[in-house]
Write a protein that binds this ligand. Structure first.
Ligand code: SER
Length: 341
């Protein structure tokens, strides 16, 4: 299944379940000084969660372009070291604004993964927040996941917050087991699952608003905010261990290898270059220019890091501009889902 088929299947599944398809939000959040970049699907719905805005729908589905390269969620230094981290990625998400809650969100996710995407049940592992008995009961009794594949984690892993302030709540995550030939251990408190057990979908049960002093007040109604990583799912469905081996990345990796004069397609620098080029292209398209401060400075750091890795591989001429045709194709493939609004 190609990345594009994966996106379409996700949208269709939730459309069939009365969700309104909403276009991706810009990477530069409007009127939200608390965030550098749109870092999750829920960003464009923040005011609905807080009860400050009403729309004509209570269920939504999106394919959201995200950047995690600055602020609370920052994966910049992880890129190239793992098979699954990115500065720019797409998040497939379904949302409930005071409509359905845990039971339906969990049932939707399980049905879509195991029936529509045909992932074998035994490949999926579950985490829940340490105090969330209700979610664990739903996973065990309604869905039938055996207790040994469910773990309880603490705030660090299973309490999602968009930034220092804003909507937040306990979450339940679904992991995919890439198999014993990859290093890693099942999710547990304080452990790094490595690349074997990869978190693919986060179901957030948004119930609180965190204020500047850290205190939590209840949202007007409990909401659901989920995020399934497109690139991680593409790896699962294309039988690859690394996101960088999927159709979302291979054209860029091949181009980068050609321009840098290397034949080793597994070289970590190619991951860095391809990831950072995607991030730079999408940030520039959303109006960010390289500068000495704020968002522009983050873009500058991303470009610099890509160039450093290109130099490391021995690139003699600027790699970035030579790769523009591949990037333009990738951006137009993603259109209209990634169109600006
Ligand atoms: N907001 C949650 C996340 O980013 C779920 O979408 O993981």
């Amino acid at each position: 299944m190609t990345g594009q088929e994966l996106r379409n299947k996700f949208l269709q599944y939730f459309k069939d379940r009365h969700h309104t398809v909403v276009a991706s939000y810009t990477l530069v959040p409007k009127n939200d000084p608390t965030l550098l970049f749109t870092n999750a699907g829920m960003v464009q719905f923040k005011d609905i969660f807080l009860g400050d805005e009403k729309r004509e729908y209570t269920r939504a589905v999106t394919v959201q372009k995200c950047v995690r390269a600055g602020g609370k969620h920052n994966d910049l230094e992880m890129v190239g070291r793992t098979s699954r981290h990115h500065t720019f990625f797409e998040m497939l998400g379904n949302f409930s604004f005071g409509d359905y809650f845990k039971k339906e969100a969990i049932a939707f996710a399980w049905e879509l993964l195991t029936e529509n995407y045909s992932i074998p049940e035994e490949k999926l592992w579950i985490t829940v927040f340490k105090d969330d008995d209700e979610s664990e009961t739903i996973w065990r009794e309604d869905i039938g996941v055996p207790a040994e594949r469910i773990s309880r984690l603490d705030e660090e892993d299973n309490f999602w917050t968009m930034g220092d302030t804003g909507p937040c709540g306990p979450c339940s995550e679904i992991y995919y087991d890439h198999g014993p030939e990859i290093e890693g251990s099942p999710p547990a408190i304080g452990s790094d699952p490595g690349d074997r057990f990869v978190e693919i979908w986060n179901l957030v049960f948004a119930q609180f608003d965190r204020s500047q002093d850290g205190s939590l007040s209840p949202l007007p109604s409990p909401c659901v905010d989920t995020g399934l990583g497109l690139e991680r799912m593409a790896a699962v469905l294309q039988g690859k261990h690394s996101n960088f081996e999927t159709d979302l990345f291979t054209p860029l990796i091949k181009d980068a290898a050609k321009f840098c004069g290397t034949k080793d397609l597994n070289n970590p620098s190619l991951k860095v270059i391809s990831d950072h080029l995607r991030a730079s292209a999408f940030l520039v398209a959303d109006g960010v220019s390289a500068s000495n401060e704020g968002r522009g400075y983050v873009l500058r750091r991303i470009i610099r890091r890509a160039l450093r890795h290109a130099n490391k591989l021995g690139a003699e001429k600027p790699v970035m501009s030579s790769m523009v045709p591949t990037l333009v194709k990738q951006m137009s493939d993603a259109y209209p889902i990634l169109k600006k609004n």
